[in-house]
Structure formats: C-alpha cells, structure tokens
Design a protein around this ligand. Structure first.
Ligand code: LLP
Length: 438
C-alpha cells in the first residue's frame, strides 16, 4: 500500500497536505521525519468519537477550583509521551485538551513545558526514582500509577514529608495475554509490570490507612500494537473486579479506570484495532458505575501520522539478494530490527517505469541487524531516489540513537500549508556535547 494515510500521491509524488515529500527532503535534507498534524488531530477525534457515549454516563468533572489533586474528567485521553515526545507534537495535543501519560521526570518536564496541565498527567512506570516521585508531587499531577508495595511506601513517606497528599492508582497485572511482540506484551503474570489483583487490594488497604495517600483510580496496560479488542476487555474485567472489591471491603471510592494504551494501527503486517468496537464494549461495561475513563494511547495518535524519508545511496546485488542501501537505518528507526516491526515502504516519486524487484532495504550502520525492511517488493530505485518509510511517527525518533556517531535527523511538523522545523538536524558538535577532551 503506497498511499496509507495520511499521505496522498499527487503527480506521482507522495504529499503530506499540500507539501510534497520531495520538496521537504530538498529543504531539510535526509534522513527526515515528517509528521502530519492534521492526521494526529483526526486520530484524537476518532478516539473521542469511539468513546463519546461516556461523557453522559460517567461522573462529570468537578467544578474548577476543586481541591487538588485535580479529579479526572469523564473521559481523558492521556497521550503516552514516550511514543513521540517532540514538544511540537505535545503542544498540538495539549492544545486539543489531551493529558499526558509519563514515565520519567524528563517526560514530566516535556509535558509541563508543552502546556499539559498537571491535573491531566498520570505517572506510570515500574522504576520511578524518589526524585521523580518528588517532582510529580510538587507539580500536583493527577495520579501516580503505583507498581509495587515499596514504591507505594516511598511515595507515602515523601508526600508526608512534604505535607502533601499523593493521588494513587494501583497498576494491576491482569494476567492477560495479548498477541503482540514479546517485548511489548506487558499484561501477563510474569511480566515486570503491575501487581496481582490480590496485591492491588492489599495496596488499596494501605492507601486507605495512610494520611498522605489517596486512592483515585485503578490502572492497567497490557501491551502495545494490539489489534484485537478481546484482551482489552478481559483486562477491563479484571480491574473492575479490583475496583468493586476495594469499594465493598474497604470503602474506597475510586474515580477512574485507566485502560492504558496499546491500540494497534494498520501497518505492513496487518490491520489496526477497531476502536469503535472497543469503545462500544467498554462504554457498555462502565455504564452506571460512576467511573471516569482514562486512556493512554501513543502509537494510535501519532504512529501513522509520521513517516521517515531516506535517500537511496547505493543498490547492489550480493549473494542472490538485492540490497537497497539508504542513509537511514536502525539508528533512525529501530523497530524493524528490534521488534520485527513491518513498516510499509514506498518510493516518494513513482513513475511506474522501474521494474519491481524483491529487495532488502538496509542502513549504513555496521550491524547485520541494521535493516528497515526485508524481502520487500519495490520498484527498483536509483541512487538519489527518496524512500518513504510509513507508520514511523511512534517510537521512531523517540528511540533514535547516535550509534556509529551518526547525528540524529531533523523532524518537521506539517500543519495545513505551514511546515515547522520541530527539531533541527544534529551536527558533530551535538555528538560530543558534554564530553571532555583535555
Ligand atoms: N501506557 C503505558 C504504561 C505504556 O507502557 C505504553 C507503551 C503506552 C501507554 C503506550 O502504548 P501505545 O499506545 O503507544 O502502544 N517501542 C515499542 C513500543 C513500546 C511501548 C511501551 N509502552 C515499539 O516500537 O513497538
């Protein structure tokens, strides 16, 4: 599929809005990340529509000026910053009313700088340091998604010492298997994430007895790039049982359920999750329970809104294979080699004349595992041709590295007719910044 959203082919050239990818590459060089703002906004809207019925059925957002921590609104999309933490992307989403799901002090810093209100920030992660917990308390975030008894104790002690009350949601490990890559499957019992339903109950008891902690929600996240609604619904069932038991046995009144992220998108390996079907089923289960819903999508919002443009350096035949060597590789996009990610790849300019061949598209990095795609049918490009690697808006630049002393690429955000340089290309000075050479 050479024209997966949000791109269109105009005169044989892939365009994001009114901008040809060839023109963007000419102006900004390659490798280059291009993000289409309109697509990000469309995806946010799609998600809100899929869960639209909630606003009526759920507990409304309390009046402005309510005591901190800010209570959750009826339905909150807390964008998972790790997917694409660029400030321009965060600002776009913050302006559209999204919150943030963060996993580090650095992400808290980014989210706050981009204008995400603290009352819409949830802090997840198995290993938050005490410093990071303190920063979250100081900022007055919506909730800490606690993943162990020791973390809960650390948070309680810190909050008490600061004269604060820390809002808590326990992250439950629902022991749900999700069909995705083993590295991105987080909801089975032997994953490092969350605590069992029984332990979650014990933690809510501890929260109830602690003067510096307050239970506000229950949280689960079962993995990433999941295309089937069923595991999400199984996980929801588990956390609703935890919520119900905490209310009945401990009198704990939770305000929200956080179902995490992980909503799969369409890529070279298959179709995306039907979020309408998931939304309908979740709404039906939540109806009448007085609980708000939080979601933490990353890839769903930004994944197919971003592409990576690479230039072809050389084409060579070797060992019965044809290799297309490009100026982008695992340093720019590690997903193909690390997670078996299958990104669609197409020529930026197609004239229908080149013979289609089966090729490996590889990068310049000195690793045999450095590839963008393998055994892919592609019109055979000449050196200098531009390739578009699709579905690269999530976990693309975010996971880029300087390995082989390669400066990281530029990022641009296209919005309507305007193109903003969201991050300039790194130079050699950037590579050695912070190092000492005397
Ligand atoms: N919430 C939590 C607690 C998470 O750990 C994650 C992702 C998300 C939300 C967002 O998941 P998403 O909606 O983007 O699937 N680097 C891997 C994906 C790692 C996901 C890590 N956690 C990849 O490139 O496939």
């Amino acid at each position: 599929m050479a024209e997966s959203p949000p791109l269109r082919r105009v005169g044989g050239v892939l365009h994001c809005g009114s901008h040809g990818l060839d023109e963007l590459a000419q102006t900004h060089g390659t490798p280059l990340y291009v993000y289409c703002a309109d697509r990000i906004m469309d995806r946010l809207e799609t998600l809100r529509e899929a869960f639209a019925d909630l606003e009526n059925g759920l507990r409304p957002a309390p009046a402005a000026g309510a005591a901190r921590p800010d209570p959750a609104p009826g339905f909150l999309v807390a964008y998972s910053v790790k997917a694409n933490p660029n400030l321009a992307v965060l600002e776009l989403l913050a302006r559209a009313g999204a919150g943030a799901d963060i996993v580090s002090g650095g992400e808290l810093y980014r989210a706050r700088r981009a204008g995400v209100p603290a009352g819409r920030i949830v802090f997840t992660g198995v290993g938050k340091s005490r410093d990071e917990l303190r920063q979250g308390i100081e900022a007055g975030i919506m909730s800490f998604h606690v993943e162990s008894a020791q973390e809960l104790d650390a948070l309680g002690a810190l909050a008490a010492g600061m004269g604060a009350v820390a809002p808590v949601a326990v992250r439950v490990n629902p022991d749900v298997h999700s069909p995705t890559h083993e590295f991105t499957s987080t909801g089975h019992a032997n994953a490092k994430f969350g605590v069992s339903p029984d332990e979650a109950h014990a933690l809510y008891r501890r929260v109830a007895e602690h003067r510096a902690l307050r239970a506000v929600g229950v949280d689960v996240h079962i993995g990433s790039q999941i295309r089937d609604p069923a595991p999400f619904l199984r996980a929801l069932g588990v956390v609703l049982r935890v919520e119900n038991r905490a209310r009945r046995e401990l009198g704990v009144d939770l305000r929200y359920v956080d179902l995490g992220g992980g909503f799969g998108i369409s890529d070279g390996a298959g179709g995306g999750l039907d979020v309408r079907a998931l939304g309908g089923a979740v709404v039906a289960r939540l109806r009448g329970r007085g609980l708000s819903l939080v979601l933490e999508p990353g890839r769903f919002l930004v994944g197919d809104a971003g592409v990576l443009i690479a230039s072809v350096l050389y084409v060579k035949d070797s060992g019965g294979k044809t290799f297309v060597v490009t100026d982008a590789g695992m340093t720019e996009l590690i997903r193909p080699s690390h997670y078996g990610g299958v990104h669609e790849v197409s020529l930026v300019r197609e004239d229908g004349r080149a013979p289609v061949k089966r090729v490996d598209i590889v990068g310049p990095v000195c690793e045999q595992g450095d590839f963008l795609a393998r055994d892919r049918r592609l019109p055979l490009p000449n050196p200098g041709a531009l390739l578009c690697v699709h579905q690269a808006g999530a976990y693309g630049f975010a996971m880029a590295s300087n390995y082989n002393s390669r400066p990281r690429p530029a990022e641009v955000l296209v919005r309507g007719d305007s193109v903003a340089l969201a991050r300039r290309r790194e130079d050699y000075d950037d590579l050695v910044r912070g190092e000492t050479d005397d």
